[in-house]
Ligand binder design. Structure first.
Ligand SMILES: Nc1ncnc2c1ncn2[C@@H]1O[C@H](COP(=O)(O)OP(=O)(O)O)[C@@H](O)[C@H]1O
Ligand SMILES: [Mg+2]
Length: 411
């Protein structure tokens, strides 16, 4: 018991409709094994009471006692009510492993891909249309058939169909979006992935376990629920980077990130906010539930703070990103000779390509292309921003990699 965190016992709520489900049981076991008090609470037995100044939750008609942390395991069929319960916990100041907003976004395949698309994450070209007249030209732009058709909010492989010809694709889409009014996506078929995919289980800022799933014969969907089999896999850096990056962009601390093995590297499929534990723990033998509880201990004792929110409280001071280009007065200077300190500004990190240099030393040179994350007097910070160029590509989206780590190969 050298770990100081185990000294404090936490009260943890696992929101789940199935106390006997493998994932729920394992989370409760792992919490208990680490000395915490964990309760499984059926998400649907809550009532949410909204009132100014005192957001409350009732569970089976009794006012809920104070919890330290919540692990949401919200099924796809109750996303709306489930995320409302999580949101209420958030209003009450309780730490939620995955935030309600992130859960909602991850449930909508299109919305999730849209959020990820401006970042350096590979994904199959995906099309969302309203008029059937848009289908044919869209398929042609994607390189023709076969194409994958999926329901916007499908899960476990249900509603994922491979269409061999445009006629079939049109017929399927017309059927689904007809009276049934289901929204569907068209997606380029990544055929080189051959019925296989990678599930990377992200907890915090790392992949704690990963498996490769292989579809059963004559099936292109590798979901375990569709009869796929799983084996442990040692993920290379690029796959790990994409998995962690995708989870972070989505705002999920715990995520099951699904990727196909494309010919140019990882192709992101989706980011699941309530990933199952059974498949991954049995394929890898890793105590994933224990990792989730360890994350909670870390976050409850040392919570992340929202820098912007805290620092802008002192008026006139704030945090800003300062891009440096060759015209900038900072370009070519060292941190010391930049004179920023004297002007009441400190550089928190330098973002250089995909490498992040925290607390740069005084003799560190500032180069064109750097993005400086600075804290200080807003007046000075604003004067440092270069004049806007036409349609400058944002680079801050790249995952910060702490210096000293292997450089990440670009795509
Ligand atoms: N564009 C695609 N190219 C190749 N295979 C795909 C494609 N989209 C989905 N698949 C296969 O189908 C499976 C299920 O698709 P996915 O989008 O993850 O839906 P679900 O949410 O139902 O799991 C994937 O794990 C993958 O094996
Ligand atoms: Mg999937």
């Amino acid at each position: 018991m050298n770990d100081p965190r185990s000294a404090q016992s936490l009260k943890i709520a696992i929101l789940s409709r199935g106390p006997r489900l493998y994932s729920t049981r394992r989370l409760r076991e792992a919490a208990t094994a680490r000395g915490h008090d964990a309760k499984v609470l059926n998400t649907l037995s809550f009532s949410i009471e909204v009132e100014s100044g005192s957001p409350r939750l009732y569970f089976k008609n009794k006012k809920l006692t104070q919890y330290d942390a919540v692990i949401p395991r919200i099924g796809a069929s109750i996303t709306s009510f489930g995320t409302a319960v999580v949101r209420q916990f958030e209003q009450m100041g309780v730490f939620c492993v995955n935030p309600s907003h992130a859960i909602s976004v991850s449930r909508d395949k299109l919305r999730a891909l849209q959020a990820l698309s401006r970042h350096r994450v590979g994904m199959p070209t995906t099309l969302f249309v309203r008029h059937t007249s848009e289908i044919l030209p869209g398929i042609e732009r994607m390189g023709g058939t076969p194409v994958v058709i999926k329901l916007l909010e499908g899960t476990q492989g249900v509603g994922v169909i491979l269409a061999d010809t445009t006629n079939v694709a049109e017929a399927i889409i017309e059927t689904l979006s007809g009276p049934a009014k289901m929204s569907v996506l068209l997606q380029r078929f990544v055929k080189e992935s051959k019925g296989r995919d990678i599930r990377a289980f992200v907890v915090g800022s790392r992949v704690v376990a990963a498996m490769r799933r292989t579809a059963k014969e004559d099936e292109f969907r590798s979901n375990i629920h569709r009869g796929g089999s799983a084996e442990i896999v040692d993920l290379d850096n690029e796959y790990q980077r994409v998995a962690v990056h995708a989870a972070q962009i989505m705002g999920l601390r715990v995520a099951g990130v699904d990727m196909l093995e494309g010919k140019d590297g990882p192709v992101l499929m989706e980011v699941n906010s309530s990933p199952g534990l059974e498949g991954i723990e049995s394929a890898t033998g890793i105590d994933v539930a224990g990792e989730i509880i360890a994350l909670i201990e870390e976050e409850v004792l040392f919570p992340d703070i929202d820098l912007r929110q805290r620092l802008t409280l002192q008026s006139g001071y704030g945090v800003m990103e300062v891009p440096v280009d060759e015209r900038s007065e900072l370009c070519g200077k060292t941190v010391r000779s930049s004179g920023l300190r004297e002007r009441d500004v400190i550089i928190l990190t330098i973002q250089r390509d995909s490498v992040s240099i925290p607390n740069p030393r005084n003799d560190r040179e500032i180069l064109a292309g750097d993005i400086l994350l600075c804290f200080g007097k807003m007046l000075t910070l604003r004067s440092l921003a270069p004049p806007r160029r036409k349609r400058r590509k944002r680079r801050k989206a790249d995952l910060p990699v702490v210096e000293g780590a292997d450089p990440v190969p670009s795509e």
